[in-house]
Unconditional design. Sequence first.
Length: 246
Amino acid sequence: MSRILWALTAVGITTMSGVESSELAPKLAEHMARIASETGQVKADHKGASEKLGEWIAGHYKAGQPLHVTVICTGNSRRSMLGSVMGNASAAFLGMPEVRFHSGGTTPSAFNKRTITSLKRVGVVIEPTGEKAVMGPAGGDNPKYLVRWGISDSANQLQMVEFSKHYRDEANPQSGYAAVLVCTEADGACPTVAGASARIPAPFEDPKKFDDTPEEASRYDERRDDIARFMMNALQHAKSIAKSAE
């Protein structure tokens, strides 16, 4: 039995029809197996929000039909990007690739290089497309990247183009999605989220404060995994609700 399947069995997870965890990039699949075994570490102040997202997913999920979640933070450069990518990896890991996570901001900037490096460390493939998106209010380049969490020949298209953007950008869902606000600034700036059918505040500490310090890499990885556990817990909760309803 592979380490991935052993980890799945150990935490009582079976994949749903559609995609199996084997379609994740191998290094990432092992990391997500560890994340799946650590959802008990979701902090108390995030547990309720994670379960609320899970309940929303369970109430709207239909196998084979896309279901969208947009993760929102002010600059759409760090926490919202981590939420989008680790949410997609969690959904694929649990066999729910129809649940697609997107990212957006209120004052977009650029996909931060430190965020990219942290995601690459666990096996996410991120490559520049050579295209640039519209600059945010602060100016500066805003490159587009192809982000892939699945193996290259996956039939489930486990990839997306990511770049910093307003949450209402045409690349994102326009209605019927769940909005997860991962910073207090975005929570305050968006008392209502246009087009969202659920608004779920879940602020996380910004790793930006550790930029250019000896703790930079460890703090970005810590935030990546905190947010990954939040997303994994939500999806596990959704699966649990669906199973109890059978």
